[in-house]
Design a protein around this ligand. Structure first.
Ligand SMILES: [Zn+2]
Length: 281
């Protein structure tokens, strides 16, 4: 029984892998996609609620209206540029929340444009608008390039390995686990580092989006310098650095990109905004 089960699971994973390799419309790179896009988006929505509801109940969500407004204004300029890369993302319910965790340096964007930034990133790094824009546009690029979906697929594949042991219990129970599992995969995915290829893609698209939205490309370099300088000090939690290692190498690569982004940044045409929801999770 155990062997048959193993075979079923391995065949499922192999078929999923073959079916699941998709070419990304922005990067052209083939990605392993076990999770369909619409599922990644709907499960991320569930995960967003699951993750943020307890934080909201603790009174740690958007506690500083000035900071929330600032983050909203920056992201609404970025998203207006981001949707040009993926026109259907105009219909994503883009939202951002500021999580009041003064010691945590982190930010993320789930599939479907569900974003969050921790107050520690803004306060500890004394981040400028341009620097906040760089971190958020980098995260937005991960969502546009389906990296969150790619990480969810990895998280789910890992989880399937574990779930295989419980399949035998009952079909009904497996169904229950599978449904829970995908939303969980969206949460687990936030802690999985992206590949270096995915990071390079997001660095490039992120700095480009920010430049088009009117944010200084040079801030991408200063942001990473601040991260590198601060990371060895105090008792801050640099969650962002655990999913985004090697800040020094990244700075060097970004420095090179900066020059080519300057003409985009210096374009003085009026910058559009896109509505962003804050406060509603
Ligand atoms: Zn990244």
């Amino acid at each position: 029984m155990g062997n048959i089960l193993k075979k079923i699971v391995y065949t499922f994973l192999l078929v999923s892998f073959l079916v699941g390799c998709k070419s990304n419309p922005i990067s052209g790179r083939n990605q392993f996609m076990l999770v369909p896009e619409d599922m990644a988006i709907s499960e991320s929505r569930k995960a967003y609620i699951q993750m943020l509801t307890p934080i909201k109940n603790e009174g740690k969500l958007n506690t500083d209206p000035v900071m929330s407004e600032r983050v909203k204004n920056i992201t609404s300029l970025l998203v207006a540029q981001a949707i040009a890369y993926r026109p259907e993302s105009k219909n994503w319910n883009w939202s951002v929340q500021v999580i009041d965790e003064p010691e945590v340096i982190n930010a993320w964007c789930m599939a479907g444009g569900k974003m969050a930034i921790y107050s520690g990133l803004i306060e500890k790094l004394n981040a400028t608008d341009d620097e906040i824009a760089q971190v958020m546009s980098h995260e937005i690029a991960h969502a546009l390039l389906s990296h969150t979906r790619e990480r969810m697929s990895r998280a789910l594949a890992m989880q399937l390995g574990l779930t295989a042991m419980t399949i035998a219990v009952s079909d009904e129970r497996y169904g229950g686990i599978a449904v829970q599992g995908t939303a969980l995969a969206a949460i687990v995915a936030l802690d999985l580092p992206n590949s270096r290829t995915a990071e390079r893609e997001s660095d490039r698209i992120g700095i480009e989006i920010a430049a088009k939205a009117g944010f200084d490309p040079q801030a991408a370099v200063t942001l990473w310098r601040k991260m590198a300088d601060e990371s060895g000090q105090g008792d801050s939690r640099f969650d962002f650095l655990s999913t985004h290692p090697a800040p020094v190498k990244r700075m060097e690569a970004l420095e090179e990109l900066t020059q080519s982004m300057m003409p985009l940044y210096k374009n003085e045409s009026p910058k559009p905004t896109h509505p962003i929801s804050v406060g509603n999770i």
